[in-house]
Design a protein around this ligand. Structure first.
Ligand SMILES: [Zn+2]
Ligand SMILES: [Zn+2]
Length: 384
């Protein structure tokens, strides 16, 4: 067993504390990754507070893991010691069902094994990236090109793929108008990726303070949702809306901003199930699609197509999947903390979320009090 140090919530809502635990030995198909960076995802906060239910404690959170391969199993051909590697939201699945065979392991019939707060076959609790090292099967590890900064790459493994996947799935591109609701960890990634795809992007926010951030990230337009006129002005305006807000709010108000047969993409995960969206033919929800292969595809292409990292964040519109997401201009807007300050980072982000929840946007008489998700809560990194 491999003795590992990390930071864990010992019970729901408890502050993160120093914690020692064991990782499994490196198996034939496994690699051992020395973790250098791990993104702080909003779901880490939800999970450590057991806000979605089903959390398993003690819990070392973290599923945007980047590090260096320290050791490889006997059968491993795709990684060697010294390579950069990453781990996203899940670390195993049944591998035999239709979903797994199609490379859609997140829809595994038997359920994917979460990177943390899951139980693997031998009953061991999986533990995440707020730790010094992780052992993972290479099927569930990602190659991270040297040209990418580790801190910039980490948020791609959850927030990045969560926004990239539905934008690609629905074919959002050059001739579309997209609204991004909420400018937090997910929202800011959505803006950057959509702009790289050539899409006209409008950020919908509660707060005038976000206007500058939206512009800096590349958004074409910015509209304040707390002004009732906004919803009249933008009626039937968008081909797509990607809603990244994880607090309960009314989706129907947003549906009115869509053109006929426009698509509302929901990637936020409120604590309670969302009410049915009405007045459209195909209410659909791609949810938190996290396609491991798409992440890998993207990460690999970033490395292959622009090894020197000189072209910056850009898209080649003809190439269906050839989106070069360089971190030269900074793919993710990041702040970094030492791992030992993870609890302080949580507090800071929670503060942002609470402050944001206090601002409400009103849409007519029926729709009141919609707490919006923290907007300044950038995707952040915990440095080990
Ligand atoms: Zn996440
Ligand atoms: Zn499966």
């Amino acid at each position: 067993m491999l003795q590992t140090k990390g930071y864990a919530a010992m019970t729901a809502k408890a502050a993160l504390t120093s914690f020692s635990f064991e990782r499994r030995e490196v198996g034939r198909h496994d690699i051992l990754i020395t973790i250098t960076h791990c993104g702080i995802c909003h779901s880490d906060i939800h999970q450590t507070r057991d806000e979605w239910g089903g959390s398993i404690f003690p819990m070392v959170p973290g599923h945007e893991i980047v590090g260096t391969v320290a050791r490889v199993g006997a059968e491993v051909k795709t990684f060697k010691p010294g390579d950069r590697a990453g781990v996203g939201c899940f670390v195993d699945s049944c591998r035999t069902c239709d979903a797994c065979k199609e490379g859609l392991e997140q829809y595994c019939d038997k359920g994917m094994l979460l990177t943390y707060s899951g139980r693997d076959e031998d009953g061991r609790i999986t533990q995440g990236g707020y730790s010094t090292q992780i052992v993972v099967d290479t099927q569930y590890a990602l190659r991270i090109p040297q040209a990418l900064s580790a801190a910039g790459a980490a948020p791609l493994l959850c927030a990045g793929i969560t926004t990239y996947s539905p934008l690609r799935h629905w074919g959002v591109g050059k001739y579309h108008r997209l609204a991004v609701v909420g400018l937090g960890g997910l929202g800011h990634m959505a803006v950057k990726i959509a702009r790289a795809l050539g899409t006209e992007v409008t950020v919908l926010s509660t707060s005038e303070k976000k206007r500058q951030d939206a512009g800096r990230l590349g958004a074409n337009h910015f509209e304040i949702t707390s002004q009732p006129g906004t919803f009249t002005k933008l009626q039937r305006h968008f081909d797509f809306i990607i809603d990244t807000v994880s607090a309960p709010h009314d989706y129907n108000a947003l549906v009115n901003l869509l053109k006929t047969d426009g698509t509302l993409i929901l990637v936020g995960a409120p604590e309670k199930p969302a009410p049915l969206v009405r007045h459209r033919r195909h209410p659909g929800n791609p949810g938190n699609a996290r396609l491991l292969r798409r992440t890998q595809d993207r990460v690999r292409r970033r490395g292959d197509s622009d090894p020197a990292g000189e072209r910056g964040l850009r898209a080649r519109p003809q190439g269906r999947r050839a989106v070069s997401l360089r971190d030269r201009p900074g793919l993710a807007a990041i702040a970094t903390w030492q791992l030992k300050a993870a609890e302080a980072a949580f507090d800071e982000l929670r503060g942002e979320f609470l402050a944001a929840a206090e601002s409400f946007f009103k849409i007519g008489r029926r729709h009141r009090a919609h707490p919006m998700r923290g907007v300044r809560g950038w995707k952040t990194e915990a440095e080990v």
